[in-house]
Design a protein around this ligand. Sequence first.
Ligand code: BEZ
Length: 211
Amino acid sequence: MALQLGDIAPDFTAETTEGTINFHEWIGDSWAVLFSHPKDFTPVCTTELGYTAKLKPEFDKRGVKVIGVSVDPVSDHNEWAKDIEETQGVSLNFPLIGDPEKKVADLYGMIHPNSLDSLTVRSVFVIGPDKKIKLMITYPASTGRNFDEILRVIDSLQLTAGYQVSTPVNWNDGDDVIIAPAIDDETAKEKFPKGFKTLKPYLRLTPQPNK
Ligand code: BEZ
């Protein structure tokens, strides 16, 4: 059955550009982003991996480890890393899994044959320290992802894991958030001492509680 939100992310041992890893051990107490790209030495993937390497300090700040995967071998990843550095101006600073036998790709359902024959599509999995899948996004090969959006979503996932709030449309870190409808007004006053605005009984906005 296809993976769903809340499932335990399948564990595996694989070769990467930073040596052999056991996925769950590698995640440890961090959050993780596991993302697939279709093929090494291809244009969109080159830009995605370069940009992700540039964002590494932002992922670090959030306690998130990033790891990529494709069906190419680690030897190809190592060669391609030189092109990424040359064209994107940044060196690869996170591991890339070599998955020529498609073990990881199959575990995560990253091959969508009706979209792209025997290559991984652009999947993104955000995994929590509890090893559960918090987010899944899938893009076709022709569309590069927006990794700023992935950071934005991680901000929301981490916030909503710690507080009884949700984040409204187009929310960005620092914006007001929505108090969970299950909390009554009395409890909300205690939990959100900065106060809240009631637009409807089910739509109450409060300043971001961890700021
Ligand atoms: C790309 O990264 O540009 C790409 C890779 C595989 C198929 C199509 C595009």
